[in-house]
Ligand binder design. Structure first.
Ligand SMILES: NC(=O)c1ccc[n+]([C@@H]2O[C@H](COP(=O)([O-])OP(=O)(O)OC[C@H]3O[C@@H](n4cnc5c(N)ncnc54)[C@H](OP(=O)(O)O)[C@@H]3O)[C@@H](O)[C@H]2O)c1
Length: 282
């Protein structure tokens, strides 16, 4: 197994990937932005070792803030991603680049396939798509893995927020008109590690989420149910009642077909993953 370099290793996904690699006895090094700022081309070059595999988990992920500062998002998500891919090309390293459902317009009615037409509706989505394209140009063999609705329950993600609100409020309003696949960062990390190990038959673009779909409302109710709280305390509202700077895709479900074609282990149903995630939080 080639050595793995994880960028963005202090983020929710990067941190879980490092833990996963350690548990599996795979040699991995993780760097946060303090050690490696991917916008610094020379620094990226100095970290990428010949023959290694880089998993690029570093990203500008502030979806709403990106609307008013797209340049800051592009610096990391487009140019940073390009720096990583170019460094891998120069060093003869492999690259798994993590991307997002936000590259799609979000108006579909069936799960997005990896080769479906893109069409981001937000600044964040535009910069992530530009990053995918820059990666592809610099390193045609790179693998792009799109995911969605990632949580650990322990960071500042949606599940963690619902756990807090369950303690703080009698009722919580949650949007019921956006559909996606909640994805436990630990399951995604295990999938990325399997991809790094096996090469995933060289499939260039992959979708990786827990199986099945839910609205944010469904997910919030499941969180409440899982901790023994009354799910009726979660009330449905519409996106129109909860306006945010960046438009959210109404439909974000990603098809697992590319993942299956790569011969990779399917990620379990989102509801099972959530139960496990919350049990592990204790
Ligand atoms: N969270 C989701 O729901 C979701 C959904 C779809 C796709 N994704 C994708 O999944 C990947 C991982 O996201 P995440 O959820 O783990 O996000 P996250 O928790 O925000 O982590 C991203 C990490 O990127 C690092 N970073 C930011 N700017 C950097 C720079 N210039 N150089 C190096 N590192 C930099 C940050 O490092 P420091 O903390 O060290 O500053 C941060 O820890 C991203 O590609 C994201 O687009 C996430």
């Amino acid at each position: 197994m080639r050595r793995i370099l994880v960028t963005g290793a202090r983020g929710q996904l990067g941190a879980r990937l490092l833990q996963c690699a350690e548990a599996a006895g795979v040699s991995a090094v993780g760097v946060g932005s303090a050690e490696l700022d991917i916008t610094d081309r020379e620094a990226v070059d100095s970290w990428v070792e010949p023959g290694s595999v880089v998993v690029n988990c570093a990203a500008y992920t502030a979806v709403d803030a990106a609307e008013s500062d797209e340049a800051a998002a592009a610096a990391v998500n487009e140019r940073g991603a390009r720096n990583v891919a170019e460094a891998c090309a120069r060093a003869g390293a492999g690259l798994i680049h993590v991307s997002t459902d936000y590259v799609f317009p979000g108006d579909a009615h069936a799960p997005y396939e990896a080769d479906d037409a893109t069409g981001p509706r937000s600044a964040y989505g535009r910069t992530k798509l530009a990053g995918e394209q820059a990666v592809r140009r610099a390193l045609p063999d790179a693998q792009v893995v799109r995911t969605a609705w990632v949580y650990t329950g322990a960071d500042s993600d949606f599940v963690a927020t619902m756990l807090r609100l369950e303690r703080e409020r009698e009722t919580v309003q949650v949007v019921d008109d956006q559909l996606g696949s909640p994805t436990y960062a630990v399951d995604l990390a295990a999938g990325l590690l399997e991809l790094a190990r096996t090469g995933g038959r060289g499939v260039p673009t992959l979708h990786a989420t827990n199986a099945g779909s839910a609205t944010w409302f469904d997910l919030a109710r499941a969180v409440f149910a899982e901790v023994g709280a009354d799910p009726e305390r979660v009330r449905a509202c519409s996106s129109a009642e909860f306006v945010r700077p960046a438009p959210r895709p109404a439909y974000s479900v990603l098809s697992p077909r590319s993942w299956e074609a790569a011969g990779l282990t399917p990620l379990r149903p989102w509801r099972d993953a959530l139960a496990d995630a919350l049990a592990r939080l204790g």
